[in-house]
Structures are given as structure tokens and as C-alpha cells.
Write a protein that binds this ligand. Structure first.
Ligand SMILES: C[S@@+](CC[C@H](N)C(=O)[O-])C[C@H]1O[C@@H](n2cnc3c(N)ncnc32)[C@H](O)[C@@H]1O
Length: 354
């Protein structure tokens, strides 16, 4: 019996090696052999795993993978699709695949080359969608899996699936968010995406409520601060630089000109966020200190990564936070994600549960 399965993960082009290393390491921790041959700038990693898919899904999870924008499970590979009739072979492969789906996504890697497929998708996908609806394979039930058609070009693709709660909710794993008109910097989208990607639905409801308090270290011109203020959260914005008028106009922001590594709140707050461009270890130490000392319940922070050994740098930060919080007597959770709006950086979420 062949037990091996294949997981396909998408990433920002240039981060394939980091993603492949992470996937192999996750499998290795369970004593399961895995292999991947990452191609630089491909925008995806295909990982062969020596375990049945149902088992591998339990230890290789989207939410644990830092560099994965998306994680799907390969069901079939199709190549040499005839230009005149691509529908028949794709439907043939889908007929062999059991189950019904809530969503059908035509996807590619996030590369300029792959993006040229969009006009082909516009022409072709409505036909496929219609055929699946007619066969009652595509129905409006949000909890059903997603069907992913990941095209390398118009004649080659992987057919893959993902479970509703085990994958990114965005096609291609790309958080497409509208830039709010009043927000003063595009980096506002980074925090909006972090809320979406790193918090549970319950956490979003209970911790992004009007009346709570937040501190934004390195706040100017105020894109992150705006994310809190427009939810009615009171923000202390710490930065020597100026804050934008649209942010001050919310009436919910106190601007403090001070060093973010030194300034401390008089009373505990729900949130501390930190977007200061600094050494990752210095930022890690700062957020660990805040949570350990009970100055805040939760932090979202940015770690700027070096060009090489990115994974090692994150592990160093993780170890520093672990060391500081272990002696604090608190329980905590820590997650990192390379967000769509992150470039040479990752976003961390640290929260204390008591
Ligand atoms: C990337 S920008 C922040 C952008 C902001 N998150 C936004 O959405 O508009 C980094 C900011 O950190 C501030 N900064 C850097 N080091 C700092 C420090 N030690 N104390 C306070 N602010 C600092 C800089 O002045 C700069 O405004």
C-alpha cells in the first residue's frame, strides 16, 4: 500500500526554502519522513509525506506554518490538457474525487508569469463551475471543503482540497483588503490582516471591543493606531514622529513623544502592538517583558528578518520569549505568520492566558 501523500503550500516568492524546511521539520517531529525540492521564486512548495493524508493533516497544519499563505492537499495532477477541451479531463479527474465542495478556486502562484492566466480563468472557470453545480458537487454550505485548482500554466495543474477551518479563507492565500480612506499608511492593512490571520473569531469579538485600551509603540503616522481607534479602542501612540490628523481626529488617541523601549503604561492594557524597526531579539525581549510583567494581555509585533537564516532568527526570538515567560509563572501562546502584507518580516502574536 502506498501511504504517501502530497501537501502543496503557497508562499511569497523567495521564501520557498524557509517554507520547505518548516514543513519537513514539522513532519520530522512526528518521526515521519518528508521531502521537498523548493524552487527559488516559484511561490509554492510541494511536499511528499510518508503518511496517509488523514494522518498528515493532524500534524501538518496551516496555522502552525509560518511561511505558508495557504496549505492544500493534493488529490490529482493533470498535464497536457488539450487546448480545445480542458473541461473533459478536469471533470474526469473530479469524478474520481468523492465529496461535495463549498467553494471552487482557480489559483496560481503569486508570480507575474502565473498572473497572466487570469484571462484564461475568466473564460474557462464559469464552464467548470456550471458543470459542478449541475452535478450537485458545488453547493452553498460553508462548512464543506474547498476545491483548489492550482494551475502552473493553462495545461498543467494540481487538483487539491482543504477543509474549511484548516486553511486560509482567501483565494491564493492572499488577504485582499480594502485600504481604508482615513488610515494614514498602507501598513494599516498589515495589522488588519494580522487580526484576521492570527486571532480566533472569538478573540476578535472579545478583544477588539470599544472601550478597551491599546498601546502602539512606534506608531507614526498611525496606520496601526487607526485600526484600534476606528473600533472605539483608546490608544496611546508612542513615537517621536508626528501622528496623522485623521488619526488624531478620532479623539481616541493620546500621542506620547517617547522612546518605545523605555515608556511604560501606568495601568495594564489589553493590547500592545509594536512596529518599531529594530533588531528582532530586542523586539522579542520587549514584548516578552510587557506580557510577563502584566502590562498587557496580548501583543502583535513585527520581526524584521535577515535575508538568510530567517527561520533561525524566528527561533531565536521564540526562545527569548519562552525563557522570559517561563519564569513569570504565566501561561502563554505564541504564533508567527508571514502575512501577505509582510515583506522581509514576520508578524508575531503573543497572548497570556493568566
Ligand atoms: C514602520 S514605522 C510604523 C508605522 C505604523 N505602524 C503605521 O501603521 O503607520 C516605525 C515607526 O517606529 C518609530 N520608532 C522607531 N524606533 C522607535 C523608538 N525607539 N521609540 C519610539 N518610536 C520608534 C519611528 O519613528 C517610526 O515612526
Amino acid at each position: 500500500m502506498d501511504f504517501s501523500c502530497r501537501a502543496l503550500a503557497y508562499c511569497r516568492p523567495g521564501f520557498e526554502k524557509d517554507l520547505a524546511a518548516e514543513m519537513i521539520q514539522r513532519c520530522g517531529k512526528r518521526g515521519v519522513a518528508a521531502s521537498a525540492t523548493p524552487q527559488l521564486n516559484a511561490g509554492y512548495v510541494l511536499c511528499e509525506i510518508d503518511a496517509p493524508q488523514e494522518e498528515a493533516r493532524l500534524f501538518l497544519r496551516f496555522r502552525d506554518l509560518i511561511f505558508a499563505r495557504q496549505l492544500v492537499w493534493v488529490q490529482a495532477w493533470l498535464e497536457d490538457l488539450p487546448e480545445k477541451d480542458r473541461l473533459t479531463p478536469i471533470m474526469g479527474a473530479l469524478d474520481l474525487l468523492h465529496g461535495r465542495f463549498a467553494r471552487l478556486w482557480a489559483e496560481t502562484a503569486d508570480t507575474n508569469e502565473a498572473k497572466t492566466l487570469s484571462s484564461f480563468f475568466k473564460r474557462f472557470m464559469p464552464h467548470l463551475e456550471r458543470a459542478l453545480v449541475e452535478r450537485k458537487r458545488l453547493i452553498e454550505r460553508a462548512e464543506l471543503p474547498t476545491l483548489h485548482l492550482f494551475f502552473l500554466d493553462s495545461s498543467r495543474l494540481w487538483i487539491a482540497t482543504s477543509e474549511a477551518n484548516e486553511a486560509s479563507q482567501w483565494p491564493m492565500g492572499i488577504a485582499r483588503m480594502r485600504m481604508p480612506r482615513e488610515a494614514p499608511s498602507r501598513s494599516t492593512l498589515k495589522l488588519a490582516e494580522a487580526f484576521d490571520a492570527l486571532l480566533t473569531e472569538d478573540e476578535r469579538k472579545t478583544t477588539l471591543r470599544a472601550g478597551l485600551k491599546a498601546v502602539d509603540l512606534g506608531a507614526a503616522p498611525g496606520g496601526w493606531t487607526w485600526q484600534f481607534a476606528h473600533r472605539g479602542i483608546l490608544v496611546t501612540a508612542v513615537d517621536n514622529g508626528p501622528m496623522a490628523d485623521t488619526v488624531k481626529a478620532t479623539g481616541l488617541v493620546e500621542h506620547v513623544r517617547a522612546d518605545g523601549f523605555v515608556w511604560k503604561p501606568k495601568r495594564p492594557v489589553e493590547w500592545m502592538v509594536c512596529d518599531m524597526v529594530e533588531q528582532p531579539s530586542r523586539v522579542a525581549q520587549l514584548v516578552a517583558d510587557w506580557v510577563a510583567a502584566g502590562r498587557c494581555r496580548r501583543c502583535i509585533f513585527n520581526l524584521k528578518l535577515p535575508m538568510k537564516k530567517r527561520h533561525e532568527e524566528i527561533e531565536r526570538a521564540r526562545a527569548l520569549i519562552h525563557k522570559r515567560l517561563s519564569v513569570s509563572g504565566r501561561e502563554w501562546t505564541l504564533r508567527f505568520k508571514h502575512l501577505y502584507h509582510d515583506r522581509e518580516e514576520v508578524t508575531g502574536y503573543l497572548t497570556a492566558s493568566k
